[in-house]
Design a protein. Structure first.
Lengths: 746, 504
């Protein structure tokens, strides 16, 4: 079989190596074209009008002054918006599309102005006078009965969402008889994804055919949702998205502005460009919901967990359910016979939340891993020791064996690198000069997902290969990793691979979420390359002139731009020779790769251990993160450079989550108070110390042909807890409510 | 508000009055070596929009439109002597008219003979780009750092790289690969920015336009770029509603975010002699258009405490554009320079049609954004007495994020002491009322007291009683009250430690 990666490590010139990004050049020169930057003729511009209240009814929208502005073409409001009459409920999110006059959240899209220039559109939008009949919004989980239940009882609360909740053994009894216990409430705030690239779309109709230049993590899902909203066949919609300036989950969904832009383009019969301002992104394009989590742990005197309870409430909107599955991994993290978890939503007058980097795992691990630290102190045990004592030999929930699990090694290697053995566990006991010093750690996990994916490879007479898959590169390195896989499989230098993605007319692939692109699309690319090679091998074997004439297909490998006998490295010939001699225009390989039933046989996850050091100024108690080490078992690392970068990026997301990120909402008005980067703080470089990432060498033959687990999301998981635990160690103050700010420590 | 016809007439009359001097009705700027004459609506666009929409140069990204992320960083080159000095600025909060007679280099203009430059190469090599949206801004900011290195050919230190990139957010990389790209940039290959373009030619042709001041009009908007203080004062006297824009780091944010739409605008950018800084008779004299970056450079040796505060002021991009005068006149209660100016007893020189008037810093502010500044007056100089050898000066800034953040609370304390006897203290707090406050009761209490912890604990309690903070997104009132109280203890501890260190 030709060049199968992983089988013969020598043949892998690129996979597993620190290869430079193939799109690096276009990015450092500013040449990479993002959604808003495609050059389209006759373009007109749209600007959104958003609600300035959180709840009520629009009674009037006075557009007269705006309409008088030169260049204004049309203003679409709920009073004149075209009716969208889809036959069925469209897939994707529940969108508010100017079909009624209700306002259901702050910054709801309630209209748009289309004009000749961006300036006139946005100026006109600011001149539209909106009158409302306002009602008092409800934006606090704490005012809801579910919260009272969470606080006041240890029996089941709220509705238990069966899909998300877990139950085994007898929690109540085990907890009652536990020797050491923790019972605490943790909370994480509403957070905004804030990808650097704003949401942007260009919509262009040609008859009943619609082309959208969009910034999306899911070209195929977008195509489906858009087609359904306009009642046209999917084949009439094309989504183009070659570069995405970050998404972190926010661009997995097709939000209302995409449909509105297409609606506007149809109305004016011209291509329309719509770019959201930073402020317009706080509400209608998702966010991580606030969570309030109660955790109860009990352990025997040896530190063996006997009971775990984890209840989560998250906020959602009144028009769509959203579960932030914070308790999801709790059931698998530790060996414990008695467990109960529940997921509960509280509907509020806010936009609908959405997946944000490690949805569920990120807030959930903050609660669970903080609670584990509290239990370690309760027991007088080292936090690593406590975790090791409760390591599950197999998946405690499903009973399946792990496909691979390096968690204990992560603890060991991470602790060594960090110097954990020098830690005095006593809070406030360690100092660095004047500053208090704190060391904390936490564990992390993230499931390994894989979905069906397709790819196509075209080997050209020039000896170059065009590799195509619909897919997306949201900065995670899809272009590069797929080029590596193709180059190795085809035995070509990476410069001869041209990889195309971000287009719904290309072979179908899954969305870029759940850290599964590398595994899913990579497997398809590998298979497509093999298919193309197999057809060339067939040609060569049948070709009397070829040195490979009548050779056995299994004995042929692809390398050095040719096909050669694996037993005799000299016997064979270049791909171009076979193609030329046989007068082939090109050689095409198409493939679909899908997961088998491995998930019925194995429980498949990445694991990691994170260590954090904080220093705290003794007068002003400002926590400063000074060091962080993460050790991860994440399967085969396809590209060391992109992988390390992903980890650094995710850890930095975790730093933001721990120390600063917080979308503030006015409890009375229901308006977001910090809808900008001046007051919604992301870490700047000086907030991020030098980070250290170690990958455990992990060979997992069960998960997928590449042996790769995802890395984009495990990187944020556990970080906030490690930092909170370090802050406790430094100050003796346990902060259970993120973010950890000076005023909370004081 | 529409500009009345009569007012418009006045502007034309003014233009005619000035007609003995030639006038231009367009802005002249150079972009990547090419001259652009910009008139009409385009002259009033933010530079980032002008680049992206008019010039179709989309390498410059727009992310926040308020100077907070650096994705729109470009280099602004001003002629200084027979050279052009380039500094990174945020293109989203610079309107085209502010760049009259400047040479702007964008990401598209950085390539050396169509090849990647040393920074770009290292960024590729070290995977400094993930999604790539912050990347052009980072490359431009970093090229400015290596511009300074091209003579010494010394590599950049991590500290220098981190400082240079304070104003550049990246949501993907965690910065590590970017910092590494900086560390591994081959300085041997660094090419001076001024060598990328024929400086002499550009300077010459800028010189040709220097003599005529721009007066650009579009619909009801007017921009004027005077060359002398007298022209500026004259204009301002004629047009009471004139908005001065200097760095624009306050005004342009208000335009982009709060719909502020000034009709008559004047920039002091081409007024000669106004950007000088010098020390005379123990007084630091700062010109009315001196930037915060110039100031920071100047005080690094002179007043290190103030330099430390300027270090955490915004970002390099903000400091390259923003001015001290702008910080003073913008009059925010959390402006970082004001508490310092209060306790140093600084004095502002205000030039109006009746001449120059001097006002003390702490009597300049009359209420929230109410100033002792007449409609025709311009801040032309700030005089700051240098701290005496015998006095101790300490400045504090508390913000949610340490760098690139607006303050929650600020404080300045200067104390004269003889052994363990406090002779006098001057204290100013910001972020605790609608203007920066002096704390007379606390100052009075401290005078003559023993220099002990108890004294400062007691002083803290008095200080707490002298302020009336409010709660906002940056902090609760209670938090500010606690800070107001504890900051004086911190001051005591710091003095004590220094003394101990001295004794050792
Ligand atoms: C991202 C960002 C970060 C920032 N960080 C900080 C910070 O850390 N600390 C801080 O204090 N501020 C900060 N600022 C605010 C701002 O940068 C400062 O206030 C700066 O000093 C303003 O100077 P400027 O020249 O840009 O003012 P401009 O915006 O040009 O003008 C400000 C005001 O002053 C008036 N004015 C300017 N010069 C004169 C003059 N000579 N005579 C009369 N009136 C005049 C203008 O008419 C206007 O009303 C920040 C701003 C941004 C966008
Ligand atoms: S776009 Fe963020 S600083 Fe200009
Ligand atoms: S690379 Fe995506 S924001 Fe920096």
């Amino acid at each position: 079989m030709a060049g199968k990666i992983g089988e013969s490590e020598q043949s892998a010139k690129y996979v597993g190596k620190a290869v430079n990004r193939v799109d690096g050049h276009s990015k450092v020169t500013g040449a990479a074209t993002y959604a808003a930057e495609h050059k389209i003729d006759d373009l007109v511009y749209a600007a959104l009008i958003q609600s300035t209240i959180a709840k009520g009814t629009i009674t009037k929208m006075d557009t007269s002054e705006a309409e008088r502005l030169p260049g204004v073409k049309v203003i679409i409001t709920p009073f004149n918006a075209p009716r969208l009459s889809s036959k069925s409920t469209p897939s994707g999110r529940s969108l508010l599309l100017l079909q009624d006059k209700q306002v259901q959240h702050d910054r709801q899209n309630i209209g748009l102005v289309i004009a000749d220039t961006w300036e006139s559109a946005s100026h006109a939008a600011s001149l539209v006078k909106v009158s409302y009949k306002q009602t008092e919004p409800q934006v606090e989980i704490e005012k809801h009965a579910t919260y009272e239940k969470l606080k006041s009882t240890t029996s089941e609360i709220g509705k238990q969402i069966s899909a998300a909740g877990h139950k085994r053994g007898d929690f109540s009894q085990a907890f009652a008889s536990g020797a050491h216990k923790v019972d605490q409430i943790y909370s994480t705030p509403m957070e905004s994804h804030n990808p650097m690239e704003p949401f942007a779309v260009i919509a262009s109709w040609e008859g009943e055919h619609l082309t959208l230049y969009d910034t999306t993590q899911a070209v195929f899902a977008t195509r489906k949702t858009v087609a359904e909203h306009f009642d046209i066949p999917e084949s009439h919609v094309r989504i183009i998205s070659p570069f995405v300036g970050g998404g972190f989950g926010s661009k997995l969904s097709t939000w209302s502005h995409v449909i509105l832009a297409a609606m506007a383009a149809r109305k004016v019969n011209l291509p329309v460009k719509l770019v959201l301002s930073r402020a317009q992104m706080y509400g209608p394009v998702g966010f991580r919901p606030k969570t309030i989590q109660r955790i109860l742990l009990a352990a025997d005197k040896n530190g063996k967990l006997t009971a775990i309870r984890h209840d989560n409430i998250n906020e959602t909107s009144h028009f769509e359910d959203y579960v932030e599955a914070s308790t999801h991994t709790t059931s698998r993290m530790y060996a414990c016979p008695n467990l109960i978890t529940s997921q509960n939503q509280v509907a509020l007058d806010i936009g609908t939340p959405t997946w944000m980097r490690a949805p569920g795992e990120a807030p959930g691990s903050f609660a669970l891993e903080s609670a584990m630290d509290e239990l370690a102190y309760e027991l007088g045990l080292d936090p690593i020791e406590l975790r090791v004592r409760n390591y599950p030999e197999k998946d405690p929930e499903s009973g399946l064996p792990w496909s691979s699990n390096s968690l204990r090694e992560c603890y060991k290697v991470g602790a060594e690198k960090f110097g954990w053995h020098k830690r005095n566990p006593e809070p406030k006991s360690m100092r660095a000069g004047k500053d208090l010093l704190g060391w904390g750690m936490a564990a992390a996990t993230y499931p390994t997902y894989r979905m069906a994916a397709n790819a196509q490879v075209t080997i050209l007479p020039s000896g170059e290969a065009l590799v195509q898959a619909g897919s997306q590169d949201i900065g995670t390195g899809t272009y590069t990793i797929m080029s590596q896989v193709a180059a190795d499989t085809l035995g070509l230098p990476i410069e001869k691979i041209k990889f195309e993605l971000g287009d719904s007319t290309l072979p179908r692939t899954p969305l870029s979420g759940g850290s599964m692109t590398a595994a899913s699309v990579g497997s398809a690319v590998q298979l497509a390359c093999q298919t193309a090679l197999n057809s060339l091998i067939k040609t060569a074997i049948a070709d009397q002139v070829s040195p490979l004439y009548q050779a056995k297909a299994e004995s042929i490998v692809a390398r050095d731009e040719g096909l050669y006998l694996s037993s005799d490295s000299k016997k064979g010939e270049r791909l171009t020779d076979i193609i030329k001699r046989n007068k082939l225009k090109q050689v095409v390989g198409k493939a679909e790769s899908k997961p088998g039933n491995e998930d019925e046989k194995y429980s498949m996850h990445s694991y990691g251990a994170i260590f954090a050091e904080v220093k705290i100024d003794s007068d002003l108690v400002r926590p400063k993160l000074t060091r962080m080490v993460g050790a991860y078992g994440a399967g085969k690392i396809l590209n060391l450079k992109t992988a390390r970068n992903q980890m650094f990026g995710g850890m930095t997301f975790g730093i933001g989550m721990a120390l600063m990120e917080h979308t503030l909402i006015d409890p009375k008005l229901g308006r977001i108070m910090n809808a900008d980067l001046a007051e919604y703080h992301l870490p700047v470089n000086l907030d991020v110390p030098n980070l250290d990432v170690i990958f455990i060498d992990e060979h997992d033959p069960h998960i997928n042909p590449l042996g790769a687990k995802g890395i984009g999301e495990i990187s944020i998981t556990g970080v906030a807890a490690a930092i909170a635990n370090a802050v406790y160690h430094a100050t003796g103050k346990r902060i259970r409510d993120l973010p950890i700010t000076i005023d909370k420590i004081m | 508000m529409l500009l009345g016809c009569w007012q418009r007439y006045h502007i034309y009359a003014f233009a005619r009055w000035l007609n003995f001097k030639p006038m231009r009705d367009y802005i002249v700027l150079y972009i990547n070596g090419k001259e652009c004459r910009v008139a009409g609506a385009d002259a009033f666009l933010p530079l980032s929009s002008y680049l992206r929409y008019v010039q179709s140069a989309t390498g410059t990204k727009v992310v926040c439109e308020e100077g907070d992320c650096g994705a729109c960083t470009v280099l602004s080159g001003a002629v200084s002597g027979d050279e052009i000095a380039y500094r990174p600025i945020n293109a989203c909060i610079q309107n085209v008219y502010q760049l009259d007679l400047r040479h702007v280099i964008t990401i598209e203009g950085l390539k050396v003979d169509g090849e990647l430059n040393c920074v770009q190469k290292s960024m590729v090599q070290n995977q400094g780009a993930q999604c790539g949206f912050c990347t052009p801004g980072i490359v431009v900011a970093m090229c400015s750092l290596f511009d300074k290195k091209c003579e010494s050919k010394t590599p950049a230190t991590e500290e220098e790289i981190r400082d240079a990139l304070t104003g550049n957010l990246c949501r993907c990389t965690g910065y590590e690969p970017i910092i590494r790209a900086g560390l591994e940039t081959n300085t041997e290959e660094a090419i001076a920015l001024r060598a990328l373009y024929p400086s002499r030619q550009i300077i010459e042709s800028i010189g040709k336009h220097k003599g005529d001041a721009p007066l650009v009009q579009y619909e009801e908007r007017i921009f004027f770029g005077p060359q002398s203080i007298s022209e500026a004062v004259e204009f301002k006297a004629k047009h009471a509603g004139t908005t001065i824009i200097q760095g624009g780091t306050d005004v342009c944010v208000q335009m982009n975010k709060r719909g502020f739409d000034p009709k008559v605008i004047m920039s002091l950018n081409n007024v000669s002699g106004l950007n000088e800084l010098n020390v005379e008779d123990g007084i630091l004299r700062v010109g009315g258009r001196a930037t915060l970056a110039q100031l920071e450079e100047k005080v690094t040796q002179l007043i290190p405490e103030f330099a430390d505060i300027l270090w955490v002021f915004g970002s390099p991009q903000i400091k390259n554009a923003g001015t001290l005068a702008g910080n003073i006149v913008n009059a925010s209660p959390i402006a970082d320079t004001i508490p310092f100016l209060y306790v140093m007893d600084a004095e502002f020189e205000l030039t109006g049609s009746k001449g120059v008037r001097k006002v003390k810093a702490d009597s300049f502010y009359k209420g929230y954004k109410k100033l002792d500044l007449q409609s025709d007056e311009i801040v032309t100089q700030v005089n700051i007495p240098l701290p005496k050898k015998s006095s101790t000066l300490k400045l504090y800034k508390v913000s949610k994020r340490k760098n690139l953040d607006i303050s929650t609370f600020t404080a300045a304390v200067v104390m004269e002491r003889e052994n363990d006897q406090i002779r006098s203290a001057r204290i100013a707090y910001g972020g605790v009322a609608e203007v920066v406050l002096r704390l007379p009761k606390t100052e009075e209490f401290l005078a003559g007291k023993k220099f002990t912890e108890e004294t400062f604990v007691a002083a803290g309690k008095i200080a707490r009683g002298e302020i009336r903070p409010i709660s906002d997104v940056r902090g609760e009132a209670d938090f500010r009250l606690i800070l107001a109280e504890t900051i004086l203890e911190k001051f005591f501890h710091e003095c004590n430690e220094e003394q101990a260190a001295w004794a050792r």
